[in-house]
Design a protein around this ligand. Structure first.
Ligand code: ZN
Length: 309
């Protein structure tokens, strides 16, 4: 086995352990795959993460015989959607699937995540969809997941869990963590009357600004190295702080839609990540008060999500 493949296998195992330590998954419910040349490396089926060794990671040809695999242990039962995503999406280098609690709660309720927070833009569009239910491990589930992932880097799987995809393993895991955070925030907003949803134009603007800050396309550094505090992955803010001086089109201009408070928050995240105070009210520009009445933020372009009692 070549050194780079061995390192990648070790990185997969490290991420499996990290996602459980971070509360993103329970037991061996989740699985991870990574593109390595013309093969997919994927976690084996039903082996506790503490017991996985690099050689136990299964290898499957991406374009060869569908379902063929090599290794001492069978690949994850969810190999179909992992393989189908890698086949259909050349932009994807790694896939993380978990049963993270809040993502799964929304998936159980068949609730897609709307643009309730600007971070939804990190997933490529104005929402995170729910793939219709199909039995685990089936081709139907894979087809449903692929459709829900169209133009997206993450989706929920009805009555099951979630998937996050990225160009690298670090980025895919970062997105999995972000998706669970979004799901948790959206879930709680439903308890207090439902979110005020941001206008589509604002999400597209944020998506563009992420490209300039390395959040969209650039593979993250430190692959395979979990952060010291499993609940606090450091990658995204590190990436932001490195690039914080790059100009961003329209960053400081008020938009036609009233989203100033949102911009303040984005700028604060970019400016203060090194100080670990991403949303400190003290960093807000003078004369702009925090959103006391969030309903006004999106102006007429926002819409309130109906809460089903
Ligand atoms: Zn699953």
């Amino acid at each position: 086995m070549k050194k780079d493949e061995l390192e990648l296998r070790k990185a997969i195992i490290a991420k499996c352990r990290w996602m459980n330590a971070a509360g993103l998954n329970q037991g061996t419910a989740g699985n991870i795959s990574v593109r390595y040349k013309d093969r997919m490396l994927i976690t084996p089926s039903a082996v506790p993460y503490d017991e996985i060794e690099p050689e136990m990671i299964a290898a499957m040809p991406i374009e060869g015989e569908y379902g063929a695999w090599k290794g001492p242990l069978k690949p994850s039962t969810e190999w179909r959607f992992h393989l189908d995503i890698l086949r259909a999406r050349p932009d994807v280098g790694a896939i993380v699937h978990t049963h993270a609690t809040f993502s799964t709660v929304l998936a159980i309720a068949h609730k897609p995540i709307p643009a309730c927070h600007y971070m939804v833009a990190a997933f490529g569009g104005t929402d995170v969809r729910v793939a219709p239910y199909a039995t685990y491990g089936t081709k139907d589930l894979s087809d449903n997941a692929l459709a829900a992932l169209k133009d997206r880097n993450g989706c929920l799987l009805a009555n099951h869990g979630m998937i996050a995809v990225g160009p690298s393993l670090d980025k895919a895991m970062w997105l999995a963590h972000e998706l669970e955070t979004l799901a948790k925030q959206y879930f709680h907003s439903l308890l207090i009357g439902g979110p005020v949803v941001l206008a589509d134009a604002e999400i597209f603007r944020v998506k563009e600004s992420f490209k300039g800050y390395g959040l969209q396309d650039k593979p993250l550094k430190g692959e395979g190295k979990p952060s010291k505090d499993p609940r606090k992955p450091s990658q995204p803010e590190d990436e932001v702080s490195k690039d914080q001086n790059k100009p961003s089109k329209g960053r400081d201009k008020p938009s036609k839609i009233k989203v100033e408070a949102l911009y303040d928050e984005t700028s604060a995240m970019q400016a203060t990540s090194a100080a670990s105070e991403p949303d400190s009210p003290r960093k807000r520009k003078k004369g702009k008060s925090p959103a006391a009445e969030p309903v006004l933020l999106g102006g007429t372009a926002s819409k309130r999500v109906k809460v089903v009692a």
